[in-house]
Structure formats: structure tokens, C-alpha cells
Ligand binder design. Structure first.
Ligand code: FES
Length: 179
């Protein structure tokens, strides 16, 4: 059972990320729900698919958007982030996946993943400038100490799996559709 301190940390982190997500939607990123007028249940579709413009995100920056009630972490990875990830021997990985398997071919600078720790579901830190990115430069889950690398792969701590990748595709170099 989590201690009060841990619970407080978790709540604070969630509020922090939720606030960041709202800011990202309002300023850095434009999100447009897609509404299919032909579908009688347009409200369901609006929640199921979003488009996110990447054009205002600068290299090295991360933004969070909400999709189906979950935080989606988008990071514009630096060349160093990518090189670090590619240099990791597969045998060192708890949930083996190459860097190429985590991104879209030709768009390897963009990492898009569901920002929920695969241990017990906390929201990791590492999105905001200055927030803890863990020992491998990616994300850190303070709940029980899981560290993810610059490809979102679990590298240390109790989480069993890499951060999950949502279904998404590039509509252009600067626009993705999630869902
Ligand atoms: S929820 Fe336990 S380490 Fe993330």
C-alpha cells in the first residue's frame, strides 16, 4: 500500500501533468477533435481521434495532450537522444525493442507514447523542462522508481514493460492523427 507521502507525490504529479496538458493544448499545440458528420455517434468519435500539430514544438521539447482520458507524451527527440537509444544493446532491455520499432520510419525524431507507467499506472515525470527524466534521459516514475530511456523503454525499476505506443500516423511532417 502506498504511503501518504507517495500518494501525495502521485496526486501532485498528476495535477502537474494535467495542468501541463491543458497548457499544451491551449498554447503550444493545437488539437482538433475529428467529428465525422456521417456517424450518428459523433461525440464518441470526437473522443476517439485527435489531430495534433507538431509545428510549434522545438527540438528537445516535450508536450502532453489528452486522448481518450490518457496523457499522450510527445517528444521531439534530439540527435543525442536518438543516438543514445540506438546504442543500447538489446540484451540490456527488459522489454526488448529497437529504437526503430518505437518510432515512425523517416520521423524518428518524434516519439509518441501513452504517458502511463506500466507498473501500477502513475504518470511519469520528464515532460516539463527541469523535471526528473530518470537515469536514462527519458522519463521517471516516482511512485516506485521506474526509469525509462529516450525511446520510452523500461530500463530500471519495477515496471515490466516499455511505455505503450498509441495508434497514430503522420498526416504530414508536422501533423499526426492519434487514434
Ligand atoms: S507505478 Fe510503480 S513505478 Fe510507476
Amino acid at each position: 500500500m502506498a504511503s501518504d507521502a507517495t500518494t501525495d507525490t502521485t496526486k501532485r504529479d498528476f495535477l502537474y501533468v494535467a495542468t501541463g496538458a491543458m497548457g499544451a493544448v491551449g498554447t503550444a499545440v493545437a488539437v482538433w477533435p475529428l467529428i465525422d458528420q456521417m456517424n450518428p455517434d459523433a461525440s464518441t468519435l470526437a473522443l476517439s481521434t485527435i489531430e495534433v500539430s507538431l509545428s510549434s514544438i522545438v527540438e528537445g521539447e516535450s508536450v502532453t495532450v489528452m486522448w481518450r482520458g490518457q496523457p499522450i507524451f510527445i517528444r521531439y527527440r534530439t540527435a543525442d537522444d536518438i543516438a543514445q537509444s540506438k546504442a543500447v544493446p538489446m540484451e540490456e532491455l527488459k522489454d526488448p525493442a529497437s529504437d526503430a520499432e518505437r518510432v515512425t520510419e523517416g520521423q524518428e525524431q518524434w516519439l509518441v507514447q501513452i504517458g502511463i507507467c506500466t507498473h501500477l499506472g502513475c504518470v511519469p515525470t520528464g515532460q516539463k523542462s527541469g523535471s526528473a527524466k530518470g537515469d536514462f534521459g527519458g522519463w521517471f516514475c516516482p511512485c516506485h522508481g521506474s526509469h525509462y530511456d529516450t525511446a520510452g523503454r523500461i530500463r530500471k525499476g519495477p515496471a515490466p514493460l516499455n511505455l505503450v505506443l498509441p495508434d497514430y500516423n503522420f498526416l504530414s511532417d508536422t501533423l499526426i492523427k492519434i487514434g
